[in-house]
Design a protein around this ligand. Sequence first.
Ligand SMILES: Cc1cc2nc3c(=O)[nH]c(=O)nc-3n(C[C@H](O)[C@H](O)[C@H](O)COP(=O)(O)O)c2cc1C
Length: 196
Amino acid sequence: MSKVVSKSIGAFCQHYPKVACVVTASAKGRDNAMAVAWHSVLSVSPPLYGVALSPKRFTYQLITESKEFGINFLPFESAEILASVGGSDGREVDKFSRFDIARDESVETGVPILTDAYAAYECKLVDDRGYGDHRWIVGEIVAVHWLKEALTQDEVIDLDKVKPTLYIGKELYLAPLKDSMKYLDRQVYAKGLKEG
Ligand SMILES: Cc1cc2nc3c(=O)[nH]c(=O)nc-3n(C[C@H](O)[C@H](O)[C@H](O)COP(=O)(O)O)c2cc1C
């Protein structure tokens, strides 16, 4: 194995895998959904969530109009939805009817919540800034939907019940392998691995 050092970003894939999810929006009587892999929680109090969106996306236009968006986490069995909504343009097609995507009621916003999602956030837009060719939109989470069975008693995802969808670029999706899970207590490891 040999490492390469370069100033070129190449395929720009080193940050993968990422959990892929579906951003939803609704404005002017149009509902839409798109796949995203570039997203992150930013704050717990208040609960803030950020997503990198190209301003070319129809979803981005709907979000600037309505000031709301949804983040939907899909199980691996529903990964095809990510490819469908991530490969089509909402200006040309009603993705919900074309791909037969079922919706649940939202409670604090007007954004579509995907029935297939094991968890979803309803967000109110609080910031929208440009960074290079993408916008970084930030929403305050105002409601959370989740499947009770998807969490263990310790409130971590129960991988026996739900497999989050990971994306590694080039249209490749995978599920996490439960057998690879390790418990590494930071209090123990912070003391130094070699200490007894
Ligand atoms: C797995 C996957 C991840 C994606 N991640 C992003 C992303 O993070 N940001 C983005 O702007 N587009 C991303 N895209 C592309 C959009 O989902 C795609 O351009 C979509 O067709 C936009 O739909 P819209 O124009 O109807 O909003 C991704 C696509 C896929 C398949």
